[in-house]
Design a protein around this ligand. Structure first.
Ligand SMILES: [Zn+2]
Ligand SMILES: [Zn+2]
Length: 111
């Protein structure tokens, strides 16, 4: 059995939908994404439906996961908030003003 291939959705219509390639390299599954996965060290994110979650989880290096939500569609610009024992992670909307302010503050100051 070949390894599942890791790739970002490339077509705009695939965003928000399961990117699993049916039959290895065929057309994408296309079902609405339910789970968002983070692959480390590539830092690619993977959108998957419930049916293909086990396949996606079989990829080595899945570092985090959370339910797929609206801000996830803005990946890879969205900021990945890692899950902790206290709360489930999520994607933060890159156009969220609070986030923009936070990132601006975190910018290293060049002396
Ligand atoms: Zn699927
Ligand atoms: Zn997400």
């Amino acid at each position: 059995m070949s390894r599942p291939e890791l790739r970002e959705p490339v077509e705009a219509h695939e965003i928000g939908h399961c990117a699993h390639r049916l039959g290895g390299g065929g057309r994408p599954c296309g079902a609405p994404a339910t789970v968002h996965l983070l692959h480390d060290p590539s830092l690619l994110t993977i959108a998957t439906c419930d049916e293909h979650l086990p396949v996606a989880l079989a990829v080595d290096g899945i570092a985090d996961r959370h339910p797929y939500a609206h801000a996830c569609t803005k990946s890879p610009r969205a900021l990945w908030r890692v899950s902790t024992p206290e709360r489930v992670g999520f994607c933060q909307d890159p156009d969220d003003e609070a986030l923009i302010a936070e990132l601006r503050e975190a910018e290293p100051v060049n002396a």
